[in-house]
Design a protein around this ligand. Structure first.
Ligand code: ADP
Ligand code: MG
Length: 224
């Protein structure tokens, strides 16, 4: 019993430590970024412009990893609120659309009547954002992302996010959700780990249906 207790205590301090180290590292990174931007503009560094671009890009990448890692490590208990998922989705649509980078990509919704249920709005917003970003990134030649909600049965709200991308091969499906697993050159491999973490906290399940015609993620919330 004693070992178990210290193990849990230790786990807590580890994530708290990770959080504060993350914040502390960010501050010097921000000042380095500022100096690099300043130097980049000076004519004597003209011939090294690509190096400055790369340094800034790499700093931004490190910053993204810290942000996403902190989201994952955060173990604060969630503050749930009874909210309507449809309203939340409608509210964040403009934000989701900022992730569209290609002209023939589109995000549409099919929101059906569902009851309110307990959720942490910030976390659910993050979950949807991560799924939608992946969906868009899976369609480099364009296509539609569709966000659907419906009352699947009296006790289950179904949220599904589908894309028309290339799909996820079975050997990859097994690995997704593992922190730092990515197939992308600039991926962090933390997006889905965050989604799974948020789903667990909401007592929701995640299922994947993928073929060469696209991928659908199904997230099921229990009402009671
Ligand atoms: P990242 O996006 O940084 O790579 P994620 O955890 O969000 O990390 O996703 C992990 C991996 O899962 C991706 O690199 C990709 O291979 C795969 N993946 C996730 N969503 C999709 C999708 N909608 N279509 C195809 N592959 C996907
Ligand atoms: Mg991702």
């Amino acid at each position: 019993l004693e070992t178990e207790y210290s193990y849990i205590e230790n786990l807590k301090t580890t994530s708290e430590l990770a959080a504060s180290v993350g914040h502390e590292i960010r501050n010097p990174m921000t000042s380095i970024r500022g100096f690099l931007q300043m130097m980049q503009k000076k004519s004597e560094y003209n011939q090294h412009k690509t190096f400055f671009d790369l340094m800034i890009e790499e700093l931004d990448r490190a910053n993204t990893i810290i942000t996403e890692y902190l989201l994952l490590a955060r173990s604060k208990p969630m503050k749930p609120n009874a909210e309507n998922l449809n309203d939340l989705i409608t509210r964040i649509m403009p934000l989701l659309k900022t992730s569209v980078t290609i002209i023939n990509q589109d995000i549409n919704t099919d929101l059906n009547e569902i009851p309110k249920f307990l959720m942490n709005g910030k976390e659910i917003r993050q979950l949807i954002l991560n799924f939608v970003r992946n969906a868009l990134e899976a369609m480099p030649n364009g296509g539609e992302v569709k966000i659907t909600t419906k009352l699947e049965n009296e006790n289950t709200v179904l949220l599904s996010i589908s894309d028309q991308g290339l799909g996820i091969p079975p050997e990859i499906i097994k690995k997704i959700g593992t922190p730092f697993f990515t197939t992308k050159e600039n991926g962090t491999g933390l997006g889905l780990a965050i989604c799974y973490n948020i789903a667990i906290k909401h007592n929701a399940t995640i299922n994947i249906d993928s073929s060469e015609n696209g991928t659908t993620f199904y997230i099921r919330f229990q009402l009671k």
